[in-house]
Design a binder for this molecule. Structure first.
Ligand code: ADE
Length: 253
Protein backbone atom coordinates (compact mmCIF):
# COMPACT_ATOMS: atom_id res chain seq x y z
CA UNK A 1 0.00 0.00 0.00
CA UNK A 2 1.34 3.39 -0.97
CA UNK A 3 -0.10 6.46 0.74
CA UNK A 4 0.49 9.64 -1.25
CA UNK A 5 -0.39 12.67 0.86
CA UNK A 6 -1.14 16.00 -0.81
CA UNK A 7 -0.56 18.68 1.78
CA UNK A 8 0.74 22.17 2.44
CA UNK A 9 2.62 20.77 5.45
CA UNK A 10 4.57 17.69 4.33
CA UNK A 11 6.87 17.92 7.34
CA UNK A 12 3.97 16.99 9.66
CA UNK A 13 4.08 13.45 8.29
CA UNK A 14 7.61 12.81 9.51
CA UNK A 15 5.90 12.32 12.91
CA UNK A 16 4.67 8.94 11.65
CA UNK A 17 8.27 7.81 11.23
CA UNK A 18 9.40 8.64 14.75
CA UNK A 19 8.58 5.23 16.17
CA UNK A 20 6.15 2.38 16.53
CA UNK A 21 4.40 0.09 14.11
CA UNK A 22 4.05 2.58 11.23
CA UNK A 23 7.77 3.33 11.27
CA UNK A 24 8.54 -0.40 11.16
CA UNK A 25 5.97 -0.97 8.40
CA UNK A 26 7.68 1.67 6.25
CA UNK A 27 11.13 0.24 6.98
CA UNK A 28 10.01 -3.27 6.05
CA UNK A 29 8.33 -1.87 2.90
CA UNK A 30 4.88 -3.18 3.83
CA UNK A 31 3.69 0.39 3.26
CA UNK A 32 5.13 3.54 1.71
CA UNK A 33 4.25 7.11 2.70
CA UNK A 34 4.98 9.80 0.11
CA UNK A 35 4.18 13.46 0.53
CA UNK A 36 3.48 15.97 -2.22
CA UNK A 37 3.69 19.67 -1.40
CA UNK A 38 0.63 21.28 -2.96
CA UNK A 39 2.51 24.58 -3.09
CA UNK A 40 4.88 23.06 -5.67
CA UNK A 41 1.88 23.01 -8.03
CA UNK A 42 0.93 26.67 -7.61
CA UNK A 43 0.61 28.43 -10.91
CA UNK A 44 2.03 31.83 -10.04
CA UNK A 45 5.36 33.26 -8.97
CA UNK A 46 4.23 33.75 -5.37
CA UNK A 47 3.20 30.10 -5.12
CA UNK A 48 -0.30 31.16 -4.04
CA UNK A 49 -2.53 28.28 -2.98
CA UNK A 50 -5.49 30.15 -1.47
CA UNK A 51 -7.78 33.04 -2.29
CA UNK A 52 -10.76 34.97 -0.91
CA UNK A 53 -14.16 33.30 -1.18
CA UNK A 54 -16.55 34.39 -3.91
CA UNK A 55 -19.62 35.91 -2.32
CA UNK A 56 -17.61 37.25 0.62
CA UNK A 57 -17.07 35.84 4.07
CA UNK A 58 -14.09 35.40 6.30
CA UNK A 59 -11.15 33.11 5.78
CA UNK A 60 -9.47 31.83 2.67
CA UNK A 61 -10.33 29.02 0.30
CA UNK A 62 -7.83 26.65 -1.29
CA UNK A 63 -7.66 27.37 -5.01
CA UNK A 64 -8.63 24.53 -7.33
CA UNK A 65 -5.77 24.71 -9.86
CA UNK A 66 -2.79 23.78 -7.62
CA UNK A 67 -4.83 20.97 -6.05
CA UNK A 68 -5.96 19.67 -9.44
CA UNK A 69 -2.40 19.66 -10.72
CA UNK A 70 -1.14 17.90 -7.59
CA UNK A 71 -3.90 15.27 -7.84
CA UNK A 72 -3.10 14.62 -11.52
CA UNK A 73 0.59 14.35 -10.71
CA UNK A 74 -0.14 11.76 -7.99
CA UNK A 75 -2.54 9.84 -10.23
CA UNK A 76 0.01 9.72 -13.02
CA UNK A 77 2.48 8.09 -10.66
CA UNK A 78 -0.12 5.78 -9.09
CA UNK A 79 -2.90 5.21 -11.66
CA UNK A 80 -4.54 2.48 -9.56
CA UNK A 81 -4.76 4.61 -6.43
CA UNK A 82 -8.02 5.76 -4.88
CA UNK A 83 -8.19 9.53 -4.38
CA UNK A 84 -9.66 10.61 -1.06
CA UNK A 85 -10.41 14.14 0.12
CA UNK A 86 -10.32 14.54 3.90
CA UNK A 87 -13.17 16.83 4.87
CA UNK A 88 -15.72 17.05 7.69
CA UNK A 89 -18.36 16.68 4.97
CA UNK A 90 -17.15 13.23 3.97
CA UNK A 91 -18.52 9.81 4.81
CA UNK A 92 -17.59 8.77 8.33
CA UNK A 93 -14.35 6.79 8.32
CA UNK A 94 -14.90 3.69 10.44
CA UNK A 95 -13.38 0.21 10.60
CA UNK A 96 -15.63 -0.99 7.80
CA UNK A 97 -14.52 1.81 5.48
CA UNK A 98 -10.93 1.15 6.55
CA UNK A 99 -11.23 -2.50 5.52
CA UNK A 100 -12.63 -1.48 2.15
CA UNK A 101 -9.98 1.14 1.34
CA UNK A 102 -7.22 -1.21 2.53
CA UNK A 103 -7.96 -3.29 -0.59
CA UNK A 104 -6.53 -0.60 -2.89
CA UNK A 105 -2.85 -0.69 -3.80
CA UNK A 106 -2.62 3.04 -3.24
CA UNK A 107 -4.46 5.90 -1.56
CA UNK A 108 -3.98 9.53 -2.51
CA UNK A 109 -4.98 11.52 0.58
CA UNK A 110 -5.80 15.17 -0.06
CA UNK A 111 -5.55 17.46 2.95
CA UNK A 112 -7.48 20.72 2.91
CA UNK A 113 -6.50 23.80 4.93
CA UNK A 114 -7.89 27.28 5.51
CA UNK A 115 -11.69 27.49 5.50
CA UNK A 116 -12.04 24.73 2.95
CA UNK A 117 -11.23 23.78 -0.59
CA UNK A 118 -12.90 25.04 -3.74
CA UNK A 119 -16.00 22.87 -4.25
CA UNK A 120 -14.93 21.91 -7.76
CA UNK A 121 -12.05 19.85 -6.36
CA UNK A 122 -14.61 17.29 -5.20
CA UNK A 123 -15.24 16.51 -8.88
CA UNK A 124 -11.67 15.22 -9.12
CA UNK A 125 -11.76 12.80 -6.19
CA UNK A 126 -13.15 9.29 -5.82
CA UNK A 127 -14.51 9.84 -2.34
CA UNK A 128 -14.62 12.16 0.65
CA UNK A 129 -13.93 10.93 4.16
CA UNK A 130 -14.39 12.51 7.59
CA UNK A 131 -12.82 11.08 10.74
CA UNK A 132 -15.59 12.46 12.98
CA UNK A 133 -18.17 15.16 13.51
CA UNK A 134 -15.81 17.97 14.47
CA UNK A 135 -13.70 20.41 12.48
CA UNK A 136 -9.93 20.07 12.50
CA UNK A 137 -7.68 22.92 11.41
CA UNK A 138 -6.75 20.83 8.38
CA UNK A 139 -6.92 17.38 6.86
CA UNK A 140 -3.40 16.34 7.92
CA UNK A 141 -4.30 14.75 11.25
CA UNK A 142 -7.27 13.05 9.57
CA UNK A 143 -4.91 11.68 6.89
CA UNK A 144 -2.61 10.36 9.63
CA UNK A 145 -5.57 8.63 11.27
CA UNK A 146 -6.45 6.98 7.94
CA UNK A 147 -2.82 5.93 7.39
CA UNK A 148 -2.59 4.46 10.88
CA UNK A 149 -5.89 2.57 10.78
CA UNK A 150 -5.47 1.24 7.22
CA UNK A 151 -1.80 0.29 7.69
CA UNK A 152 -2.51 -2.14 10.49
CA UNK A 153 -4.87 -4.00 8.14
CA UNK A 154 -2.11 -4.53 5.56
CA UNK A 155 -0.68 -8.05 5.72
CA UNK A 156 2.68 -8.12 7.49
CA UNK A 157 2.26 -4.82 9.33
CA UNK A 158 1.16 -6.36 12.62
CA UNK A 159 3.43 -9.09 13.90
CA UNK A 160 0.57 -11.26 15.02
CA UNK A 161 -1.73 -11.68 12.02
CA UNK A 162 -4.70 -12.47 14.24
CA UNK A 163 -4.56 -9.40 16.41
CA UNK A 164 -6.17 -7.13 13.81
CA UNK A 165 -9.05 -9.60 13.54
CA UNK A 166 -9.75 -10.07 17.19
CA UNK A 167 -10.06 -6.61 18.56
CA UNK A 168 -12.74 -3.97 18.90
CA UNK A 169 -14.79 -3.33 15.77
CA UNK A 170 -13.17 -5.95 13.54
CA UNK A 171 -15.94 -8.33 14.59
CA UNK A 172 -18.33 -5.38 14.86
CA UNK A 173 -18.32 -5.69 18.67
CA UNK A 174 -16.23 -4.03 21.35
CA UNK A 175 -13.23 -6.03 22.44
CA UNK A 176 -13.30 -8.30 25.48
CA UNK A 177 -11.15 -7.16 28.44
CA UNK A 178 -7.47 -8.11 28.46
CA UNK A 179 -5.37 -8.94 31.50
CA UNK A 180 -1.74 -9.70 32.15
CA UNK A 181 0.29 -10.36 35.30
CA UNK A 182 -0.04 -9.84 38.23
CA UNK A 183 -3.13 -11.96 39.00
CA UNK A 184 -4.10 -9.53 41.72
CA UNK A 185 -3.66 -5.78 41.23
CA UNK A 186 -4.69 -3.40 44.02
CA UNK A 187 -7.38 -5.84 45.08
CA UNK A 188 -8.74 -6.45 41.55
CA UNK A 189 -8.44 -10.04 40.36
CA UNK A 190 -8.01 -11.57 36.93
CA UNK A 191 -11.22 -13.57 36.15
CA UNK A 192 -10.67 -17.23 37.08
CA UNK A 193 -11.84 -18.49 33.70
CA UNK A 194 -8.78 -16.96 32.03
CA UNK A 195 -6.54 -19.08 34.27
CA UNK A 196 -8.51 -22.27 33.66
CA UNK A 197 -6.72 -23.39 30.52
CA UNK A 198 -10.13 -24.29 29.03
CA UNK A 199 -9.80 -22.61 25.64
CA UNK A 200 -13.36 -23.27 24.54
CA UNK A 201 -14.79 -21.83 27.75
CA UNK A 202 -12.46 -18.82 27.47
CA UNK A 203 -13.56 -18.19 23.89
CA UNK A 204 -17.24 -18.35 24.91
CA UNK A 205 -16.63 -16.08 27.91
CA UNK A 206 -14.85 -13.53 25.73
CA UNK A 207 -17.63 -13.50 23.17
CA UNK A 208 -20.22 -12.99 25.90
CA UNK A 209 -18.29 -10.19 27.57
CA UNK A 210 -17.89 -8.53 24.15
CA UNK A 211 -21.65 -8.75 23.60
CA UNK A 212 -22.50 -7.45 27.08
CA UNK A 213 -20.00 -4.58 26.79
CA UNK A 214 -21.27 -3.62 23.38
CA UNK A 215 -24.84 -3.69 24.67
CA UNK A 216 -23.88 -1.45 27.61
CA UNK A 217 -21.53 0.99 25.87
CA UNK A 218 -22.31 1.00 22.14
CA UNK A 219 -25.70 -0.67 21.54
CA UNK A 220 -25.79 1.00 18.10
CA UNK A 221 -23.12 -1.45 16.93
CA UNK A 222 -25.40 -4.42 17.60
CA UNK A 223 -27.81 -3.25 14.92
CA UNK A 224 -25.11 -3.68 12.28
CA UNK A 225 -23.42 -6.81 13.50
CA UNK A 226 -24.42 -10.29 12.34
CA UNK A 227 -25.09 -12.30 15.46
CA UNK A 228 -25.03 -16.08 15.88
CA UNK A 229 -27.99 -17.99 17.41
CA UNK A 230 -25.89 -18.39 20.61
CA UNK A 231 -25.29 -14.63 20.71
CA UNK A 232 -29.02 -14.01 20.42
CA UNK A 233 -29.74 -16.56 23.14
CA UNK A 234 -27.25 -14.80 25.42
CA UNK A 235 -28.76 -11.35 24.73
CA UNK A 236 -32.24 -12.74 25.38
CA UNK A 237 -31.04 -14.05 28.74
CA UNK A 238 -29.72 -10.56 29.64
CA UNK A 239 -33.09 -9.17 28.56
CA UNK A 240 -34.98 -11.68 30.75
CA UNK A 241 -32.71 -10.95 33.72
CA UNK A 242 -33.26 -7.20 33.37
CA UNK A 243 -37.01 -7.68 33.10
CA UNK A 244 -37.00 -9.83 36.24
CA UNK A 245 -35.08 -7.14 38.14
CA UNK A 246 -37.47 -4.40 36.99
CA UNK A 247 -40.48 -6.56 37.83
CA UNK A 248 -39.09 -7.25 41.29
CA UNK A 249 -38.54 -3.54 41.98
CA UNK A 250 -41.97 -2.58 40.69
CA UNK A 251 -43.57 -5.05 43.09
CA UNK A 252 -41.55 -3.85 46.07
CA UNK A 253 -43.65 -1.79 48.51
N1 ADE B 1 -10.69 18.36 7.97
C1 ADE B 1 -11.19 19.13 8.94
N2 ADE B 1 -11.95 18.42 9.78
C2 ADE B 1 -11.94 17.13 9.33
C3 ADE B 1 -12.55 15.94 9.76
N3 ADE B 1 -13.34 15.89 10.83
N4 ADE B 1 -12.32 14.82 9.05
C4 ADE B 1 -11.54 14.85 7.96
N5 ADE B 1 -10.95 15.95 7.50
C5 ADE B 1 -11.13 17.09 8.17
Amino acid sequence: MTFTVLTLFPEMFSALLLGGIIKRAVESKCIAIETVDIRDFATNRHRTVDDRPYGGGCGMVMKPEPLARAIRHAKQKHPEARTVLLTPQGRLFDQRVARRVAQYTGLVLICGRYEGVDERVSLLVDEELSIGDYVLTGGEIAAMVVIDVVSRLIPGVLGNVRSADEESFSSGLLEYPQYTRPRSFEGAQVPDILLSGNHLAIKQWRRRVSLARTLAKRPDLLFRESLTPEDIEFLKKIHRDIEAIIERHMQAP
